[in-house]
Structure formats: structure tokens, C-alpha cells
Design a protein around this ligand. Structure first.
Ligand code: NI
Length: 143
């Protein structure tokens, strides 16, 4: 098996809060990330596709094509957006890196048709990142 990866970046703002918590509890749990008007991150997403090279092209998946899929399905929807307000597929979801990664997985696993989505790594900054391999995961959607 071979593993082919594409790394892309986007910049977004978000606010971490749970609408079912009191203001005090939101501050206690999310601290600075609960800032009412949000805050920003320069995210990096790394998408890895596993497969065997196509005998006619030598590609598991053409990286230009993988870049196009990530750009269309994810980057164009989240870059320079407020994740709590501007993105349909994140509506009602606490936009932690964990939850974003699970939602991105659902979208990309359906959109990638050559090879198979193997891993998503989502960096909020150089030193903080989430890694996911698509294990069944429930995330809470608030009304
Ligand atoms: Ni944050």
C-alpha cells in the first residue's frame, strides 16, 4: 500500500462554546477560546490517501486532483470565514479541531474516488494538531 498526501492551509475564526452551558461554565471550560467575538487560526490540513498505483498512470491519486477536491469541498467553504456562522456543514457544531476533522472526513471520504481516504491531520498551529483515521465517531449537533 502507498500513502499519498496533500497539505493545504486556510485561515478562519471561531468561538468555542456550548449553548447548553452557562456563561460561567463556558468560560471555565473553554477559557480564552470562549471570547465572545471569536479568535483566529491559520490552519493546515493534511490529507492522506492510501492505495496502489494505477498501472496506466502510476498514480494512487493525481495530487493535482486531490488538491482540487480539498480546495472545492473544504478550503473554499472555510477560508476567511467564521466557522460558527458562515459554514453550512458546521452549523450547530462546536468548531474544535477534533469536530472539524470528523466533519471534513465525512465530506472528503465521499469525494475521493481514487484510492481511499486514510488519514486527516488538522493543525490549528505548528504545535497543536488532531489526527483521525475515520473510526466511527459521533459529534454533537446543537439546535
Ligand atoms: Ni481556537
Amino acid at each position: 500500500m502507498l500513502y499519498v498526501s496533500k497539505r493545504m492551509t486556510f485561515s478562519s475564526s471561531h468561538r468555542l462554546f456550548n449553548p447548553e452551558f452557562s456563561d460561567e461554565k463556558n468560560v471555565a471550560v473553554f477559557d480564552k477560546c470562549n471570547n465572545p467575538n471569536g479568535h483566529g487560526h491559520n490552519y493546515t490540513i493534511e490529507v492522506t490517501v492510501a492505495g496502489r498505483p494505477n498501472p496506466e498512470t502510476g498514480y494512487v491519486i493525481d495530487l493535482k486532483k486531490l488538491k482540487m477536491i480539498i480546495g472545492k469541498e473544504i478550503i473554499s467553504k472555510v477560508d476567511h470565514k467564521h466557522l460558527n456562522h458562515d459554514v453550512d456543514f458546521l452549523s450547530g457544531i462546536i468548531p474544535t479541531a477534533e469536530n472539524l476533522t470528523v466533519v471534513f472526513w465525512r465530506i472528503l471520504s465521499a469525494a475521493i474516488t481514487e484510492g481511499e481516504l486514510y488519514r486527516i491531520k488538522l493543525y490549528e498551529n505548528e504545535n497543536s494538531f488532531v489526527e483521525y483515521h475515520g473510526e466511527k465517531t459521533e459529534i454533537t449537533v446543537f439546535k
